[in-house]
Design a protein around this ligand. Structure first.
Ligand SMILES: [Zn+2]
Length: 165
């Protein structure tokens, strides 16, 4: 794409960006260190995102990959929850989902829920990262049994999980 080419400084990097299978949200890793996300206040520092980064006022600001994905409406994971047991224990199960997110997010700032929505026959949870979708699905499965199907797409760095009970 013309736009990418104009912005790219090194020919090697251009190849990466042009590769449609490349996860562009992770490719933006060449950030000034530190960089702060103006939305969630996570800080990219010493090569990783943290909640306990530099607080100085003049730090470089750029959206973190998680906020970027949420803004673009481009999840890294989809967890579909369905079945009669879900309908009967909905609040309880959604608490499990939220607790799982809180635990992951505290340690890994880019692991977040984008949205929890009602869909036909159940609930759809979208996440900023494939890892969290898998964790949530396995957490619900461990706690409530039922059946779980996980689908990975390595190319898109995407997980689709389907839990039923
Ligand atoms: Zn952010």
């Amino acid at each position: 794409m013309k736009g990418n080419r104009a912005l790219s400084r090194s020919p090697r990097r251009e190849q990466l960006i042009d590769d449609p299978r490349h996860d562009s949200y992770k490719a933006r890793g060449k950030l000034p260190d530190p960089t702060r996300c103006p939305e969630c206040r996570a800080v990219f520092q010493k090569g990783r995102w943290t909640w306990n980064g530099a607080r100085s006022a003049d730090v470089h600001e750029q959206l973190c990959p998680a906020c970027q994905r949420a803004r673009d409406g481009f999840p890294g994971g989809y967890v579909t929850l369905g079945g009669e047991y879900l309908a009967a224990h909905r609040d309880e199960i959604l608490n499990l989902v939220r607790n799982c997110e809180a635990e992951e997010k505290a340690r890994h700032p880019l692991q977040r829920i984008i949205a929890i929505r009602n869909v036909d026959g159940g609930v759809l949870v979208t996440t900023t990262d494939a890892h969290l979708a898998r964790r949530i699905a396995e957490h619900v499965h461990d706690a409530c049994k039922g059946s779980l199907a996980l689908q990975y797409s390595k190319e898109e760095n995407l997980v689709r999980a389907n839990w039923m009970r």
